[in-house]
Every structure is written in C-alpha cells, then in structure tokens.
Ligand binder design. Structure first.
Ligand code: TXA
Ligand code: MG
Length: 317
C-alpha cells in the first residue's frame, strides 16, 4: 500500500504530526531534499528509518528541530555553533555537536556516538510539521541507501511510498542538494559533507579556516562512502563529447549534441545546477541508454558539493 501524497495544509500537517507521535514515519520536504522523518527520541522509530532505507546502522542521522532554542535543549551550542546557527538557520547547514546528558534523543540516532548532528530546516512545511508534532525529527534523505536523494514528492513515492504513513508534497526542493555537515567537536571546524552552504560562507562567518574533507577516525559520514547518490546507469565525468549510447548531463551554454540531454544550467549558474541535479539524473537514468556523460562543473562555491555527489555517483559499486 502506498502512502497518500498530501498538500501541506494545516489539517494534513496535523495528520502527519499525529502519525509521527504514534511512532510512524512521514516523508516531508525541506529546502535541501525530502527527508524520511521519525521521532528522534524513539529508538523504535529511528530503527524503522534505518530499516526503511536499508541503511547501515553505524551511520548516524540528522536531527531536525524548529528553532535555535529547541536545538540548545539537545546539544551543547558552542560559541562557534551559535555564530553559525544565527547566520545560517533556518537553512542548509547541519552542525555536529556534543549531545547534552539526558537530552532524550535516541542513542540509535547518533549510532552510539556522544555527538549529534542537528539542523533547523527552512521549508515552511518542515517548520509547520516540527511545530505541530513537538518532537525532534530524525530525517535522512528519503531514498533507499546508496541511491539518489529525492527532490520531489514523486521521487519519494516511487521508492519509499510503502514505508511511510504519508508524504507531504512541498513542491521541488529549492536547494536540491543536501545540507553541509560541519563538525564543531574540535577547535578547528571541519566539513564532513559539502552541501548547500559553501566552505567560503562558513569561513567568512567564523573568521577562521574550516577544514574540508574526510573525517579521520572510526566514523565515516555516509556522505563519505565510496558509491553513493547513484543512478542505475554508470556515469562518465568531465565529458566534453558524447559517444553512442550515452545520455548527456550538460552544463553551460554550448553542450555537444546528444540523443537525450538535460542541462543543469545553460547560464552556468551553480545554484540552478544544484537544484536540478538529482531530478535531471533521474530523467536521464533510462534503460535505453548505457551511460550518462557529465560535462565538467567548476569546483567553486556550490560546485564543490555538486562534484562531490557526482564523484560518488560515478564511484565503482
Ligand atoms: O539536507 C539534508 O541534510 C537532508 C535533509 C532531509 O535534511 N538530510 C540528510 O540526512 O541528508 P542524512 O541522515 O542522510 O545525513 C546525515 C549526515 C551523514 O553524512 C552523517 O554521517 C552525518 O550527517 N552525521 C550525522 N550524525 C553525525 C555525528 N554524530 N557525527 C558525525 N557525522 C554525523
Ligand atoms: Mg542521503
């Protein structure tokens, strides 16, 4: 049985909030990608999220709350966290911070770590849902583990429709790529996953350098697994020509001719490209083609996050 797709009316958000309070899962829109939400204080609800995604349970989930105040009840808002939160929340930034003792969060949500990843989403439907259910919501992207993140309600319905009580339809996601995950556990902030807020924006806000790249130690962000965000077809990156059998994911004003093509942004605008990325990859992921050729994307600003997702989508499986 596949879940109803609901407009984000007050009545529907009320129904979804009630389902969440009963421990059920609800897919909801955020400005980055659609999330697969469940009660972050309930081990059972969090376990149901891991099961629905087929996600390795050592990968911790992001906890969504409605406000700075709600966040500060769950995690230690350090001075750097406060600066970033005041500047970028609500928005596409996730902060990894020490969990407060007796914060009530499920241990499973942080996969047993003594830190938690927290974010205040900006999408009004997400805000409404958080307000109405009164719970912190664990919400990874609403896709099966390893696959592309959903940026439309239909994407969720196609893969996880039978795993949730409802899908809230908030239209296409404006940012289109997941939030930036920043760890503030050490003196130097470290980007664990590039995303909707760029390293430049973070550095400027903090007036300090921000480390990019991979977390050392036992923890790996799922954002750091080799193959991730993958369509069914293989990808060929930095293509400037198209060979027989290939569909083309273009960028910029002068794409080569192709039998099937989508252009991330003819104007070369990286924000537009991020917003189009996952939906266009889905449209090109057709069985009558053998591969997707992807034109080069500049490695600046949001291009860093776009290229990160493309490299993972192209990684050996
Ligand atoms: O845009 C987004 O962030 C979306 C929307 C739905 O909000 N959510 C999302 O959640 O992408 P998820 O659970 O797929 O991504 C969680 C990321 C992973 O890279 C994970 O490893 C990292 O956050 N993470 C979570 N808790 C962590 C922790 N305690 N320490 C280090 N990394 C953590
Ligand atoms: Mg994901």
């Amino acid at each position: 049985m596949t879940a109803p797709i609901l407009e984000p009316t007050l009545a529907n958000l009320g129904l979804a909030a009630a389902a969440l309070r009963e421990g059920k899962l609800v897919a909801f829109p955020t400005e980055t990608v659609y999330g697969l939400g469940g009660d972050a204080t309930s081990d059972r609800a969090v376990a149901a999220i891991y099961a629905a995604k087929g996600r390795p349970s050592f990968n911790p989930l992001i906890v969504h709350v409605g406000s700075f105040t709600a966040a500060s009840r769950l995690v230690e808002m350090t001075p750097q966290a406060e600066i970033l939160a005041r500047k970028f929340w609500p928005g596409a930034l996730t902060l990894v911070l020490p969990r407060k003792p007796r914060c009530g969060l499920s241990l499973l949500v942080s996969a047993g770590l003594d830190s938690a990843a927290i974010r205040v989403p900006a999408h009004p439907a997400a805000q409404g849902l958080l307000l109405m259910c009164g719970l912190p919501l664990a919400a990874p992207s609403a896709n099966p583990s390893g696959k592309m993140s959903p940026t439309r309600a239909e994407h969720v319905a196609a893969t996880l429709g039978d795993k949730v009580a409802a899908i809230i339809d908030g239209g296409p996601c404006k940012v289109g790529i997941e939030s930036t995950v920043v760890s503030l556990l050490n003196a130097t902030p470290r980007i664990l996953r590039p995303g909707g807020i760029t390293a430049e924006q973070l550095g400027e806000a903090l007036q300090t350098t921000v480390e990019a790249g991979s977390e050392s130690g036992p923890l790996h962000s799922p954002g750091q697994l080799e193959s991730h965000y993958a369509p069914i077809l293989p990808l060929r990156l930095n293509a400037d020509t198209v060979v027989a059998g290939e569909a083309l994911l273009a960028f910029g004003a002068r794409p080569p001719a192709a039998a099937l093509a989508r252009n991330l942004s003819a104007q070369g605008d990286l924000e537009e490209a991020a917003a189009n990325l996952f939906a266009m990859l889905r449209e090109l992921d057709r069985p009558d083609f053998t591969r997707i050729a992807v034109m080069p994307i500049p490695e600046t600003g949001l291009g860093v996050a776009i290229n990160d997702r493309l490299r993972r989508a192209a990684a050996p499986r």
